[in-house]
Design a protein around this ligand. Structure first.
Ligand code: BGC
Ligand code: CA
Length: 326
């Protein structure tokens, strides 16, 4: 225990005496000539030091407070801004929500109105149909019975018409049978006529070949006159169907003789047609013919003694051959 602890109220002196004592001890330990490690701290200096420390602490505290205040104010500002932003977001969201609500409400009410209108229309139509049906039940019944009465009145007359129709039908069948019989008779007659004609042969001056009679003219006329001549004699200007017929004709033609054929292209140049307007595959044009030579062209055909054909002007006067088919 230290001596200083016994004496009440002398702590400071004791401490100070102890300090002095310690200082002396340290001076003895230190080598000679070395400076003392620090100056002795007087009470005034200590108090001053304390004040200084207090001032520094105060300044430090104030600085800290200011800094913290600034921070707090910055945070406060931030919070204010955040709050304002949140408020504005809330306002916008609320506005949008109310807009959506409003438009939805409008749309829904519009749709509802449309549906309501349609329902009204449908119910009116149903009402109309029902009214018509009710009305018709009475009127239609009357109309139907009227029609039935008319039909019943017309029945006898209809029966008469039906009977007449049956009679007409029977008459028609009888007429058809008669017609068939007549046709058969005609066929028989024409067969008999054909047999007689065959027995009689071709008219005088006409040559027979296969199933035709041929007339070789001695006169010379333009093609049209020759064609009319044949027509007037129940014949036509000769039509050559095949090589055999062509050969038969050629054999009846002497050298330097030519005869009109029933062949021309007067209707359409180059489109050669027989007088019956039916086409045939057999042709016997001379080499280089038909050539439509000359100023006026050549539209009617002739046959030479060698059986070859040529086209010449139709107005030329030539002999001709008529053909009469059995
Ligand atoms: C020609 C024929 C023509 C005839 C007229 C002959 O010399 O070869 O094509 O039709 O003359 O006369
Ligand atoms: Ca010619």
């Amino acid at each position: 225990m230290s001596q200083c602890e016994d004496a009440f109220g002398t702590y400071e002196k004791c401490d100070f005496a102890e300090g002095m004592e310690l200082e002396k001890k340290e001076q003895k330990k230190a080598p000679k000539g070395a400076a003392p490690s620090h100056l002795p701290l007087s009470p005034e200096r200590a108090i001053a030091l304390l004040y200084v420390l207090l001032a520094v602490a105060f300044v430090f505290f104030m600085a800290l407070t200011i800094v913290n205040l600034q921070r707090v104010s910055a945070v406060w500002e931030e919070l204010k801004r955040a709050r304002m932003h949140t408020e504005s977001s809330h306002t916008t969201a609320w506005y949008n929500l109310s807009e959506v609500q409003h438009s939805l409400g409008q749309q829904l009410s519009g749709d509802l109105q449309v549906i309501q209108g349609q329902l009204l229309r449908v119910s009116r139509e149903v009402e109309n149909v029902w009214r018509n049906l009710t009305q018709c039940r009475a009127e239609c019944g009357e109309e139907l019975s009227d029609r039935l009465r008319v039909l019943a009145a017309e029945k006898p007359w209809l029966e008469v018409v039906l009977r007449q129709l049956t009679e007409v039908e029977q008459e028609q069948s009888r007429a058809l049978a008669l017609l068939n019989a007549s046709l058969e008779e005609t066929r028989g007659l024409s067969a008999r006529f054909e047999a007689l004609r065959l027995r009689a042969g071709c008219p005088t001056g006409w040559q027979e070949f296969a199933t035709s009679c041929y007339f070789f003219s001695t006169d010379a006329k333009p093609w049209l006159t020759a064609r009319n001549y044949c027509t007037n004699h129940k014949a036509h200007l000769v039509i050559i169907d095949n090589e055999e017929e062509n050969g038969f004709l050629a054999r009846h033609i002497t050298d330097n003789q030519v005869f009109w054929l029933g062949l021309s292209d007067t209707e359409s140049e180059g489109n050669w047609q027989w007088v019956d307007r039916r086409s045939r595959s057999f042709l016997s044009w001379n080499n280089g013919e038909p050539n439509d030579a000359g100023h006026d062209g050549e539209d009617c055909a002739i046959i030479y003694s060698n059986g070859r054909w040529n086209d010449i002007g139709c107005s030329s006067n030539e002999a001709w051959i008529c053909e009469q088919t059995f």
